[in-house]
Design a protein around this ligand. Structure first.
Ligand code: SF4
Length: 396
């Protein structure tokens, strides 16, 4: 279970003012001492993310963050990191010290979570340090809150149960890449190029995820390299879908008869994460970009050695050939996705295989609120090859 990628885990972030006991709760939830705890304010500097099995729910990622109330110069930098975490959290646990409750900070965090559509729980911590009347008065005012004491195991168990209830509310009942697109016993042909860009001795995450998803959904999958497509199509009695790496879209499109739907790994992933239609519309905005338009290329992680040239060289080169225009490119790597996009005309996102669904949805929201079209690498490649309609049919 520990091998479930972080991107596939629901993200739970502990937030709240400094010294409210977030790190202690983080350690208690994990059942180990990972975060340093201290009575001194601001002990947690950088966010700490840890994968854990939350039984009986399943794999989650839990994140401890720096305090929200530190307004020193360093504190502001920590806050930026905390905000980046908050933007990709599925569930926010706002931890308040019951003897030092900052109602304003809580209200700001609660409203922010509503805006970002994250689930939210208020935890009053350190309840063992105040009298019963104080706890009762907070219970009356905040009936949905949880009341925690690190010394009382029952309160930690109740917290775990409450987390599971919240996660189950937001867990997609059909959290599948392909199971909601094809029937059981369908047949999929996966085209995986084994070229110099392929990592030695292994497949990349989206390929592994799709193979597993086919097995989970009783969908048969045959895996071939580009030069084996024609033979495979002759040998297989029927093929319901061909999925290819988008970098070889054009040649695969020529080899696969038009009546067989075709798409890419990254388009399937975008569909699972809820962004495919936005990405398809975003690609159509390319036609209206003026010469000199500014494009933000968003690479969601730094582990892109297998395709480092796609966003930096290939797509800029293909877009120039396709439009005949020169564009200006900026790059946002890892979690540094700008909140303010006003200077951009288009955002082109990578496949996003290493970030969770909430992080993708937050980015889509930022673009939508700013009125900036967003698309992704795979969709752009399909568009400039003139096959976007064909590669999108499976999603409509
Ligand atoms: S597609 Fe994006 S998230 Fe996935 S490995 Fe490449 S840069 Fe990282």
């Amino acid at each position: 279970m520990q091998s479930t990628p972080i991107a596939n885990r629901k993200h739970i972030a502990l937030i709240g003012n400094a010294n409210s006991g977030k790190s202690t709760l983080f350690n208690r939830l994990l059942g180990q001492e990972l975060a340093i705890t201290s009575e001194k304010k601001g002990t947690t500097t950088d966010p700490i993310t840890k994968a854990m099995e939350l039984s009986p729910y399943g794999p989650v990622a839990i994140i401890d963050t720096a305090g929200l109330s530190d307004d020193t110069e360093l504190g502001v930098k920590r806050m930026e990191k905390t905000n980046a975490i908050v933007s990709r959290a599925d569930l926010l646990l706002y931890v308040a010290d019951i003897s030092d409750f900052d109602a304003h900070s809580y209200e700001v965090a609660r409203l922010d979570s509503q805006k970002k559509k994250s689930a939210f729980l208020l935890l009053f911590n350190k309840c063992d340090l105040v009298d019963k009347e104080t706890v009762l008065s907070f219970k009356e005012k905040y009936p949905d809150a949880l009341f925690i004491s690190k010394k009382d195991d029952k309160t930690i168990d109740s917290l775990k149960e409450a987390i599971i209830v919240e996660l189950e509310k937001i867990t997609d009942t059909n959290d599948s890449i392909i199971g909601n697109l094809l029937d059981e016993n369908s047949t999929v042909l996966l085209v995986i190029p084994i070229d110099i860009a392929a990592p030695k001795g292994r497949l990349i995450l989206p390929q592994v995820q799709l193979i597993r998803d086919c097995l989970d959904n009783n969908i048969k999958c045959t895996i071939v390299k580009e030069n084996q497509i024609e033979d495979a199509l002759k040998e297989l009695p029927k093929v319901d879908l061909v999925v290819t790496d988008s970098q070889i879209f054009k040649s695969v499109d020529r080899l696969v008869p038009q009546q067989i739907p075709l798409t890419s790994f990254s388009m399937l992933l975008a569909n699972k994460n809820g962004g495919i239609r936005t990405f398809i519309n975003g690609a159509r905005a390319i036609d209206n970009l003026p010469n000199g338009a500014k494009i933000l290329m968003a690479e969601a992680c730094t582990h892109n050695v297998t395709h480092e040239d796609i966003g930096r060289e290939k797509i800029p080169h293909w877009l120039k050939s396709f439009t005949g225009k020169d564009f200006e490119y900026r790059y946002a790597v890892s979690h540094d996705f700008p909140e303010n996009l006003s200077e951009y005309d288009l955002v082109i996102h990578c496949g996003g295989c290493m970030i969770n669904q909430m992080a993708i949805l937050t980015r889509l929201n930022i673009c939508e609120n700013a009125g900036i079209p967003i698309t992704n690498y795979g969709v752009v490649i399909a568009y400039i090859n003139g096959i976007l309609d064909r590669c999108s049919t499976i999603f409509y």
